[in-house]
Design a protein around this ligand. Structure first.
Ligand SMILES: Nc1nc2c(ncn2[C@@H]2O[C@H](COP(=O)(O)OP(=O)(O)OP(=O)(O)O)[C@@H](O)[C@H]2O)c(=O)[nH]1
Length: 195
């Protein structure tokens, strides 16, 4: 099984410069209990991960030209935030930024509907935090999503590596990779590929 992890997202911050300034993004805040509107049929990418892991920062810096410093002032997300990215007929998708604390047992949270229409799920892990809790959440999230829709592409972003030495970066990546896949193997979910 070949598994690769997304390169540290501190690097992705530079990506913002490659997007034109004048994208006319539609913005929408949606309650968890909302049912999907017709425009939700666009290809959908979910951004999930623990609270303060950096999901909104990634979305704002990469797609809205926010400077990394400004992300310090981002408020915690408490609803699903849907962002339409449609710069041309070739680039046309939605990013859904989730609150850190998604409750899969909340009956108003229709995760089956959400996962059914999802193309990719990006799970963000804060490398500067103790990531044991994040790994538990990763496992819960991807195993649920996979059972609903095995076609989803799962990506793990190891984020906030700016404070880590090169050796520590490699060690963190190796450790997260190992533990995440051990958890999947224990649950007989070897077919679920994390990248
Ligand atoms: N050191 C460092 N800090 C970062 C980086 N990216 C984001 N942060 C900081 O992390 C904090 C949380 O970022 P958010 O983007 O709000 O995190 P979130 O995952 O959307 O949080 P919730 O909405 O609570 O789920 C902010 O203070 C950011 O400035 C990074 O690459 N490096």
């Amino acid at each position: 099984m070949s598994i690769q992890y997304g390169e540290a997202l501190a690097d992705s911050y530079g990506v913002a410069d490659s997007f034109p300034k004048d994208f006319g993004y539609g913005e929408e805040e949606t309650d968890m209990e909302d049912s999907p509107a017709p425009s939700d049929s666009k290809p959908r990418i979910l951004l999930m991960g623990l609270r303060r892991s950096g999901k909104s920062s990634i979305q704002k810096v990469v797609f809205h030209k926010m400077s990394p410093n400004e992300t310090l002032f981002l408020e915690s997300t408490n609803k699903i935030y849907k962002d339409d990215i449609s710069s041309s007929s070739f680039v046309n998708f939605q990013i859904w930024d989730f609150p850190g604390q998604v409750d899969f047992f909340d009956p108003t949270f229709d995760y089956e509907m959400i996962f059914r229409g999802t193309g990719a799920l990006i799970f963000v892990i804060d490398a500067q935090d103790d990531y044991v809790e994040a790994l538990g959440r990763l496992h819960l999230t991807v195993s649920r999503a996979y059972r609903v829709n095995p076609e989803i592409n799962f990506e793990v972003f190891i984020h906030k590596v700016d404070g880590l030495s090169d050796d520590h970066k490699i060690e963190t990546q190796r450790d997260i990779h190992q533990r995440a896949n051990d958890d999947l193997a224990d649950a007989s979910l070897e077919k679920l590929h994390l990248r």
